[in-house]
Ligand binder design. Structure first.
Ligand code: GCB
Length: 697
């Protein structure tokens, strides 16, 4: 929680330069010679002081110190139980955009103390959704703050002996929240949940108002980074947001907003890890619970945890009651491990873990249930193994992106995407380039899709202490949120960081060590794009991932310059670091329906050929033993900032933005299933090969 007055608008670089202009115009305005000399001495001293401070600031920025970052508490996904209720606040909210030149006006004028419509004309805005593509005006390119509000009713029954929490799945980029005019919570960094207790602020049996201010401005110390500049336009001056990353900076209330109840003393956190015996038949589920509430201080003596484990059919397969402890272990035989899709006939097997918080007198205080998959992960210099079996990743880099709703959570889209992932035979994806919705993580658990879970650090550069703190915080929040998902098999700590530059070594050493200190059960990677000869981050990672666009950004159109280049580069990365290697991005922009033969850039034929040339390289690399995965860029076409290299966005999708296959999807499907059959003995789907003639099968 923090005060709304802490909000500071971004200071464009130009305003810093204006200090110098001021000083020199002051000198010019002095009439006498002596006056001018004195003023010049004063101006020079001032100039030296400011420059000195600036240089000092810059030099200090080169020394990165490992400072503590705030620790997330609570934030269990809101689930109903006999002790908890959940209400959604999704729907149509009221919306106002601030004047770009005056982003803090609403805070100064206290718009949150009354209905927004009393301060400004409002428009309807769906939640969850990005606001950018909803209207027909220039809201799409708005920079700075926007406001949302809505009314909601809280039943009288909620006032009795319980606590109420307000939880946001994500707001991009920074959110300030008030209820009934009182500040409730502030949160920075999109794509991650945040919550606050609102028990004492709500009106029970009455109407309440929630107000949210959201700021989409990205600067050099936000994650991800961006730049705000003031530039002249036809109406004078305007502010523009620029960023180097290649996806549209969608903003708004992107995921669901919930109110949920807990008992006064409740289960605040559950952390789960699992182990399997060597033949995978005996399993252990280790749980550790944190309790919040009046009785929690005496927790060790007065509270007990009863943990029950149920299989898919609902049969209880293990149970334990802790003796005054908040952690314990459930042991079961005949276990069904969690396997990735196509690596086992029954992938994504999940048990249900029921955690009951009991008072010393056996009174049931709280119940929370979550799905648990039993699996082990291990890795060495050449392999990544799940349940002792080597994994070959075949998947995608993706985006949360679709027409109209932008990055807003959309269940129809999520289910369609998983249907397509399974249709094409993928077993993994990377959450490029930020954490995806909690609902999609649960879906991945259920369907056996492995996730390389990426934090929002993309194109990271200009390393500073402040950036380091936020980068670490984004990882801390991500790991706290996703640590219990069996689908999460690796953490990606950055995409295409500028790891050739000064400070990258110590910066990534600190980030990687910090990540390891939070979770030792999963390996760490980063998708690197600098040449291996210049990279300073690989030695801090467990698995090397590299992005490269042969025949696209390099040697454009040269299909004869793909295979050997991929083999050479992957081999060089392996040689340099002696670690497993993944090609985490490759591909070509493709306009659906554009056909050209011989293959020509942007045509469907070209995308197929680019893929085929990579497949050839991957097959040779697989034989070397340390090449462990291939990820196409991208699963589907997606929107980017406007640029002359992007026709309506990035078109490297294997599927269109409306989730229909391009020609290359059919090719990729044949490869992914062929790999599945070869490596994991999966079955071919019946429709994989079209009938051509009796002689060919
Ligand atoms: C990359 C980036 C990705 C871009 C892609 C491209 O290396 O990681 O975000 O979209 O290239 O298509 O340029």
């Amino acid at each position: 929680m923090s005060s709304s007055t802490e909000y500071l608008p971004v200071t464009p670089l130009s305003s810093r330069l204006s200090i110098y202009n001021c000083v020199f115009s002051f000198v010019r305005r002095c009439n006498s010679l002596i006056g001018r000399i004195i003023c010049s001495i004063f101006a020079l001293s001032f100039f030296s002081l400011v420059t000195g401070l600036y240089v000092l600031h810059f030099s200090l920025a080169l020394i990165l110190v490992n400072k503590e970052v705030p620790q997330t508490r609570g934030m269990l996904y809101p689930r109903e139980s006999e002790t908890r209720e959940v209400r959604s606040l999704d729907g149509i909210w009221n919306f106002v955009r601030s004047d770009q030149a005056n982003p803090t006006q609403g805070v100064r004028d206290e718009w949150y103390t009354k209905d927004l419509s009393q301060s400004r004309p409002t428009i309807p805005m769906p939640v969850p959704a990005s606001y950018n593509d909803i209207t027909t005006d220039n809201l799409r390119d708005h920079v700075g703050t926007v406001w949302y509000d809505r009314k909601f009713f809280v039943p009288r029954s909620w006032s009795k002996n319980q606590r109420i929490w307000l939880r946001f799945g994500s707001v991009h980029y920074e959110a300030f929240v008030w209820i009934n005019g009182q500040k409730v919570v502030k949160h920075e960094i999109g794509h991650l949940p945040f919550e606050a207790e609102v028990t004492d602020i709500l009106n029970y049996g009455a109407e309440n108002r929630i107000t949210v201010m959201c700021d989409n401005a990205l600067i050099q110390t936000t994650v991800p980074q961006g730049k705000i500049t003031e530039v002249p336009n036809d109406n004078g001056m305007t502010i523009i947001q620029s960023y180097t990353f290649d996806f549209f900076n969608y903003a708004g209330i992107h995921r669901s907003v919930h109110l949920y109840t807990t008992p006064r003393t409740f289960i605040e956190e559950v952390e789960v890890t699992t182990a399997l015996s060597e033949n995978n038949s005996v399993g252990e589920v280790f749980y550790s619970v944190s309790v919040n509430g009046s009785a929690a201080n005496e927790a060790i003596n007065v509270l007990n945890i009863q943990a029950n484990l149920y299989d898919k059919e609902g049969a209880k397969v293990a149970n334990t009651t802790s003796d005054g402890k908040l952690d314990g272990c459930l042991k079961l035989t005949g276990v069904k491990p969690w396997w990735p899709y196509l690596m086992h006939p029954e992938p994504g097997y999940l048990y249900e873990l029921e955690i009951k918080l009991l008072a010393a007198n056996e009174e049931l205080l709280d119940v929370y249930r979550l799905k648990v998959g039993l699996r082990t992960l291990s890795w060495n210099k050449s392999q990544f193994l799940i349940n002792g079996k080597p994994v070959y990743f075949r998947g995608f880099g993706r985006h949360e992106d679709s027409d109209i709703r932008g990055k807003g959570l959309d269940n129809a889209l999520m289910v369609r995407d998983f249907n397509l992932l399974k249709w094409i035979g993928a077993n993994a994806y990377r959450t490029s380039h930020y954490p995806y919705s909690e609902e999609s993580m649960q879906f991945a658990d259920q369907h056996g899709i492995m996730i390389i879970d990426e934090c929002p650090s993309v194109d990271t550069e200009n390393y500073s202490q402040e950036l380091l703190g936020k980068h670490k915080s984004s990882l801390e929040q991500l790991i706290h949120r996703d640590r219990n998902h069996p689908s999460v098999v690796m953490w990606s700590i950055a995409n295409e960081p500028r790891t050739a530059s000064m400070n990258a070594d110590s910066y990534f050493e600190l980030v990687a060590n910090f990540t390891r200190s939070l979770d030792k059960t999963r390996p760490i990677t980063a998708a690197i794009a600098v040449p291996y000869t210049q990279d300073k981050s690989g030695r801090h990672l467990d698995i090397i991932s590299f992005n490269r666009y042969n025949a696209w950004y390099s040697n454009t159109g040269r299909l004869d310059m793909v295979t050997q280049n991929v083999i050479d580069e992957a081999t060089a990365w392996n040689k340099q670091y002696n670690k497993p290697v993944i090609m985490s991005e490759y591909g070509a922009d493709t306009l659906e329906g554009l056909h050209m033969t011989p293959a020509y850039v942007w045509s469907e034929e070209f995308q197929e050929e680019v893929f085929a040339r990579h497949f050839k390289a991957f097959d040779q690399l697989r034989k070397k033993g340390w090449f462990i995965g291939e990820f196409v860029w991208n699963f589907a076409d997606f929107k980017t900032a406007q640029s002359y290299t992007r026709v309506g966005g990035n078109k490297k999708g294997v599927f269109t933005r409306s989730r229909q296959p391009k020609a290359a999807a059919h090719l990729l499907r044949k490869r992914y299933f062929a790999l599945g059959r070869d490596l994991d003995q999966c079955q071919f789907p019946e429709d994989l090969f079209t009938y051509i003639a009796d002689l060919i099968s």
